[in-house]
Design a protein around this ligand. Structure first.
Ligand code: ATP
Length: 269
């Protein structure tokens, strides 16, 4: 997967947490316009990888570039970069005492000086984009799980970020709601000209909408290729993950979690 101007580029990245190497030797290019699925068992380091993309976790080695520039060290520049990354975290993260519209308006109120009528209009557009314009005045408790997830998606889109990151967008959703959310992820990616990274262990719901998939396990990328190639892979590690088998090359009981790199952090290169 190569591209001269990828939206995200990782080169030889090592990520440590709590003094332990979680991921090592990670190289990945995400070209503009793609939907990339980041798959892997629980504790393999998927969220850790996302934390590196948003600059929350600096790489212990290697380079992480987003929008063609290394992740900045300076807080001000980092905050600026983050405005270009829409993040939908696990669960909804919706504020329960605010309506759907007020939740979507939050990033616009916090990060822009736009007048209220303009914000109201943008909020209506975002809710329309996720098919929920009629639910603007509903509180999160009045929404189904799938609808609440779509409001969270509208909120992540509020500032028109060119890059969207989804961390387990399907947790707790039934198969129908999962299908709706993933179809929306694909449609928004294409109609708004975004690039999307979807971190999930919901392989079968995510692969149909992805252009590219990577699997992380045992502290590194163990597969990188098309969804078709993933499903037909004969690699025992990939097979074990796809079938959800406890026995195989991915250890179930390594220290610190399933599939985590079981060795201490090396010296920074
Ligand atoms: N703040 C932290 N301090 C120390 N270790 C951490 C920290 N966050 C995560 N880890 C460890 O890093 C490893 C990877 O965790 P991570 O949350 O990235 O995995 P994941 O693939 O996202 O898991 P899940 O699918 O369960 O969310 C785990 O062994 C975890 O215990």
């Amino acid at each position: 997967m190569t591209n001269d101007n990828p939206i995200v580029r990782l080169e030889g990245v090592r990520l440590d947490r709590g003094g332990r190497t979680v991921l090592r030797d990670i190289s990945l290019d995400v070209p503009q316009g793609r939907v990339v699925a980041v798959l892997g068992p629980s504790g393999s380091g998927k969220s850790t990888l996302l934390a590196a993309l948003t600059g929350e976790l600096p790489a212990a080695a290697g380079t992480v570039e987003v929008f063609g520039r290394p992740i900045p060290d300076r807080r001000r520049e980092l905050l600026e970069l983050r405005k270009g990354i829409g993040v939908m975290l696990q669960g909804n993260g919706l504020l329960t005492d605010l309506t759907a519209a007020e939740n979507v308006a939050l990033p616009l109120r916090t990060h822009t000086t736009l007048p209220k009528p303009v914000i109201d209009r943008l909020v209506r557009m975002k809710l329309h984009a996720v098919g929920l314009r009629a639910a603007a005045d509903a509180f999160p408790r009045e929404l189904s799980g799938g609808m609440a997830r779509r409001v969270a998606l509208a909120r992540a889109l509020a500032l028109d970020p060119p890059l969207m990151i989804y961390d387990e967008p399907l947790t707790g959703l039934d198969p129908i709601a999962s299908g709706v959310v993933m179809a929306l992820v694909r449609r928004l990616n294409d109609t708004l000209g975004l690039t999307s990274i979807v971190v999930t262990h919901h392989v079968h719901e995510t692969l149909p909408v992805a252009d590219h998939a990577i699997v992380i396990a045992n502290g590194g990328i163990v597969f990188s290729g098309s969804p078709d190639a993933l499903e037909t892979s004969a690699d025992p590690l990939v097979r074990q993950f796809l079938r959800g088998e406890p026995d195989g090359p991915i250890p179930f009981d390594s220290p610190g979690g399933f599939g985590a790199a079981p060795r201490p952090a090396e010296e920074t290169a």
